[in-house]
Unconditional design. Structure first.
Length: 402
């Protein structure tokens, strides 16, 4: 067993303050590296080092491995703050934290020494869900498949994914999550996209790659919240362990877009000559600002309300009920849609100048729209919530994927 190399306050509010202060430590590097990240399609080395130094990759890591084990509402505040500063950094931060948190909590003891060395929190690119296939062989599994959207693969040391293990008849007998060194997979370097350009969220693949059994764990242990180590957050299961991430990210970017257009409206006019008026003096814009502010605040409050309920449940030793699990996913959809709408309207009021690539408003718009394409925040979240409200909850799967 690896010993802890970092420590965080046990008091919830003190831990929250430490993590929020850590975001401030990354601010300068994140802003300085933003244009380069857009150009090269991944976080620059200086930004990754700043995240390393801050300890933020350990936000969801067991305390005994040097992590913070932050409660869900603290995670919301931290992700939202980082996403507000620089969206691609915020995205890679929460993906990296989850992707190392999973093996930290679920890998067998005998494999920890391979992964956790010294005080370095490993960089892991994660692909949620069971997308590959494999067969059991002596000592482990042979795993094949193409795994999409491995955010952070451009700076990753390890890759995490899931595979359906099949018998000779091709029937699935179990599902395994696995952790492999990045150089054992093919990196397809296919992240040429319109939004979240700096996150290097490309594909990787394996072809009958041997993975030792001790570098895998039962996917259902993760889905149902049965960890090898760690505290209450690892008993949240899926989708609760990751549900706060997309909501917090979108709300941070949506808030940044609103603040940017408010700033612009103080000096930008519409019209020509004597009829030109400052955007900020137009009633239609004032209404947008008032409504958008309240919508973002309301979404944030509801996201926190649901996740605090989940935290209290697991802290008391209880499992997340299926209906609450669907609410956690549905509120993430709602928060994301709210942020996308706010950013879209902000882009409209930003006018032609918002189209230029050196304008942060267009980046916020592109990035939050891209975040809304994620499987975790599709209409399926609403549908599952609606099924419970209609009395059909027994047909709703409890677990989900990122």
């Amino acid at each position: 067993m690896t010993t802890r190399t970092r420590s965080y306050p046990t008091d919830r509010e003190a831990k929250r303050r430490v993590l929020l202060d850590a975001v401030d430590e990354v601010r300068e590097a994140a802003i300085a590296g933003a244009d380069e990240a857009e150009r090269i399609g991944r976080l620059p080395a200086a930004v990754v080092k700043a995240l390393d130094d801050s300890g933020l990759f350990g936000m969801k890591l067991p305390a005994e491995l040097g992590g913070a084990e932050a409660d869900p509402v603290t995670q919301i505040d931290v992700i939202e703050k980082m996403a507000y500063i620089e969206p691609s950094v915020g995205w890679c931060m929460f993906i990296g934290a989850t992707s190392i948190g999973w093996p930290g909590a679920f890998l067998p003891d005998e494999s920890l020494g391979r992964v956790f060395k010294g005080d370095h929190i490993p960089h892991v690119a994660g692909v949620g869900g069971v997308r590959g296939r494999g067969v059991e062989v002596e000592g482990g599994y042979q795993i094949s498949g193409r795994f999409q959207f491995a955010s952070g693969i451009g700076h990753a040391e390890w890759l995490v994914g899931g595979a359906a293990i099949q018998d000779e008849a091709g029937e699935t007998v179990e599902q395994r999550a696995f952790l492999i060194p990045v150089d054992q997979a093919i990196n397809h370097d296919n992240w040429q996209v319109a939004g979240l350009k700096g996150t290097s969220s490309g594909d990787f693949s394996t072809d009958e790659l041997f993975v030792p059994k001790e570098m895998t764990w039962d996917w259902q242990d993760l889905a149902q919240g049965r960890p090898q180590r760690g505290g209450p957050i690892f008993r949240l299961g899926m989708p609760a362990f990751t549900a706060m991430e997309h909501a917090a990210f979108a709300l941070g970017v949506g808030r940044r877009a609103l603040d940017l257009v408010i700033e612009t409206a103080q000096s930008k006019s519409r019209g020509f000559g004597p009829v030109a008026t400052l955007i900020g003096t137009r009633p239609v814009f004032q209404r947008f600002v008032g409504e958008a502010d309240l919508r973002l605040r309301a979404a944030h409050a509801l996201v926190c309300e649901f996740h605090e309920r989940a935290w209290q449940e697991v802290s008391a030793g209880r499992s997340i009920e299926p209906e609450l699990a669907t609410e956690l996913r549905a509120v993430g959809v709602m928060a994301t849609e709210t942020a996308v709408d706010v950013a879209s309207q902000a882009m409209k009021y930003g006018g032609g100048s918002a189209l230029f690539l050196d304008n942060m408003l267009q980046r916020c718009f592109r990035d939050v729209v891209a975040s809304g394409q994620h499987f975790a925040v599709t209409d399926a979240g609403y549908e599952a919530h609606g099924q419970f409200k209609l009395g059909m909850g027994e047909n709703v799967p409890v677990t989900g994927t990122r």
